[in-house]
Design a protein around this ligand. Structure first.
Ligand code: FES
Length: 373
């Protein structure tokens, strides 16, 4: 059945050219022995050897010393991968990210990057080197045609998997197998350490975390990012201000505080505002303040249409109507933007009457508990 052509495997059994009827294939390897061509099905008019050069054995096939060297390389790379994974874990604690320290963030990212790259790269190179130098080096021609998937074919496939398992040497080369298992077992550990904060038991509960921001009674509204307090007289009709709490710069976790407390300030004609009964007195002479954090997934709502009094979130196009307590009029956001009750102090500066009365930001979690608050 097999046709020798320069010592290369050929799997073909032409009986009459042009016939489409497939037959099972048999191949011959260059050692002269005949092996199965696997699940290949060879048509009767299969293409003969197109003139490929003779098979050349690898150095590791003919030289046992070279084979041992290749094996040493492979398991050394697996151990290197293992070391890279462990280094990532150690580096995570050795180079912590410190508050307001870009240098510590850079060092942390660099160390984690080196560790993860080393682990992945060494693992990848080891697997490729193993397959290139130590695994079976048969060259086969596998004619690809429609297979019937008969019970015999499936049984043969199982047999082939079994053969591949033997040929890869997993059972025989204990050091390789164990070092591979070690590298694969340790590899996910950095991810567990790095993302452990996502575990509900360790992460702060989001509803209570987002229910309280820096705003408090009497705190002045200030421009973002300068921190200059805003007078009510500065807010002209149709204008919009990006606002932060005064004193944010001195806050211990100023970025986290800003992410929750950012506010948009707008002035409309008082007659344009349809205030809810329970919110009477939350605005000042047509000036209203709403959370800037979108209630969809938390992007900053940054676009204000002066004519329609609509706020637009650029992330997924949620649109909020400022004249109607920022209710959602379009897009995926599920609830209005929380309103910050404001007033003015004796010097004419805008101040908060209190913190927000509901959690700011995304509302996909535990909405029921928010309703019950
Ligand atoms: S985050 Fe605003 S619409 Fe999605």
């Amino acid at each position: 059945m097999a046709d020798d052509n320069g010592g290369r495997d050929v799997a073909a059994a032409p009986e009459s050219r042009g016939a489409a009827h497939p037959v099972n294939a048999v191949a011959r390897v260059d050692s002269g022995s005949t092996v199965s061509a696997g699940t290949a099905v060879v048509p009767r008019d299969a293409l003969q050897n197109p003139g490929l050069p003779p098979h050349r054995p690898r150095v590791t096939d003919v030289d046992p010393k070279k084979e041992r060297t290749a094996e040493r390389w492979v398991y050394s790379l697996f151990y290197l991968s293992l070391a890279g994974s462990l280094f990532t874990i150690v580096a995570y604690f050795a180079f912590p990210i410190e508050e307001n320290s870009p240098a510590s963030t850079r060092a942390n990212n660099l160390a984690l990057g080196i560790g993860i790259s080393l682990a992945l790269m060494a693992l990848g190179i080891a697997v490729v080197h193993w397959s290139k130098t130590l695994m079976s080096n048969h060259e086969m021609i596998d004619q690809r045609h429609v297979t019937s998937g008969s019970p015999e074919t499936r049984a043969r496939a199982v047999q082939i998997f079994d053969e591949a398992n033997k040929e890869s040497g997993l059972g025989r080369r204990a050091v390789l197998r164990n070092s591979l298992i070690g590298a694969l077992v340790v590899f996910p550990l950095p991810a567990i350490v790095l993302f452990r904060d996502l575990y509900p038991g360790t992460a702060p509960e989001p509803v209570s975390q987002l229910s309280h921001t820096m705003w408090e009674e009497g705190m002045r509204l200030a421009r973002d990012p300068s921190g200059t307090p805003i007078r009510a007289a500065d807010v002209t009709l149709g204008s919009v201000f990006h606002v932060i709490p005064e004193g944010l710069e001195e806050a211990e976790h100023k970025l986290e505080e800003k992410a929750k407390a950012a506010v948009l300030l707008m002035r409309l004609r008082p007659s344009d505002l349809n205030e809810l009964p329970e919110r009477q007195g939350w605005s000042y002479d047509g000036i209203v303040a709403y959370s800037k954090i979108c209630t969809h997934v938390g992007c900053p709502v940054a676009l204000y249409e002066q004519v329609t009094h609509h706020l637009l979130c650029p992330c997924h196009q949620s649109e909020f109507d400022v004249t109607n307590h920022c209710e959602v009029i379009f897009g995926p956001a599920a609830r209005p933007l929380p309103q910050l009750p404001i007033s003015v102090d004796a010097e004419g500066y805008l101040i908060a009457q209190s913190d927000f009365t509901e959690p700011v930001g995304p509302s996909f979690w535990e909405r029921a508990s928010v309703d019950n608050d």
